[in-house]
Design a protein around this ligand. Structure first.
Ligand SMILES: C[S@@+](CC[C@H](N)C(=O)[O-])C[C@H]1O[C@@H](n2cnc3c(N)ncnc32)[C@H](O)[C@@H]1O
Length: 210
């Protein structure tokens, strides 16, 4: 983390619900790869500012971003979270319940591409997407988000810099290539209005034009 990011994070007090998630990840032998603190706060604000009520998260881990997303919901809103691993979804649900947000979230376990294809078949619509699962899947996740989006929906994706690998031309692995394709599409797709924030590990934010 940069000095600036550390400084900004130090302005905020400790958050008991999010600290519980970090401790829970260690306790369950899960990786500490939750969204950064600063972008977690931004997720809450984006949900609140957009007025989104049907949220779709791709990649739950231990529920850190789930808490941040659900905190921005107003009454009647809900979060569907797609997670590959049942034990991770169970841990995330526990953390959401501990944060008093358990009623707002539902999990679908399995490969996100299959869950997303099922949501398309079911005719579902969402007005906020948070993409944060396997990086090879990002281009497909963007395709599905566009199919599932209501007009004006917000699409956010984390880790678009891959800790420097995205900009290092010698790196040509499948995850790097997929994220480069995703970033290029976020910036150039005429259906989207977008920006990319280069802080922490990079965050893409797009609005689906109405
Ligand atoms: C970076 S972590 C998510 C962090 C979480 N969004 C947060 O900030 O708290 C990525 C998650 O995606 C899940 N994942 C990886 N591949 C997946 C797939 N094909 N389908 C669904 N989930 C997947 C992993 O099991 C892991 O929990």
């Amino acid at each position: 983390m940069s000095v600036n990011e550390q400084y900004v994070d130090s302005l905020y007090g400790s958050d008991a619900d999010l600290e519980r998630v970090k401790a829970g990840l260690d306790a369950h032998g899960m990786p500490q790869i939750s969204v950064s603190e600063g972008y977690g706060r931004l997720l809450t604000m984006l949900v609140r500012m957009s007025g989104a009520s049907r949220l779709l998260e791709i990649g739950a881990l231990g529920g850190y971003s789930g808490i941040c997303l659900a905190r921005g919901l107003s009454s009647g809103g809900s979060l569907l979270s797609l997670e590959l691993l049942q034990p991770y979804a169970d841990v995330a649900k526990r953390h959401m319940m501990d944060a008093g947000l358990g009623e707002l979230v539902e999990y679908r376990v399995g490969d996100a591409k299959e869950s997303l294809a099922a949501l398309v078949r079911e005719g579902r619509r969402y007005d906020f997407f948070f993409i944060d699962a396997d990086k090879e899947g990002y281009p497909a996740y963007l395709d599905y988000a566009l199919q599932l989006a209501s007009p004006g929906a917000v699409i956010v994706a984390d880790n678009i810099l891959l800790r420097g690998r995205t900009t290092e031309q010698s790196k040509q692995g499948p995850a790097v290539r997929a994220v480069r394709e995703f970033n290029a599409r976020i910036a150039s797709d005429e259906r989207l209005e977008s920006t990319v924030l280069p802080g922490y590990d990079g965050l893409a934010i797009a609005i689906v034009k109405g």
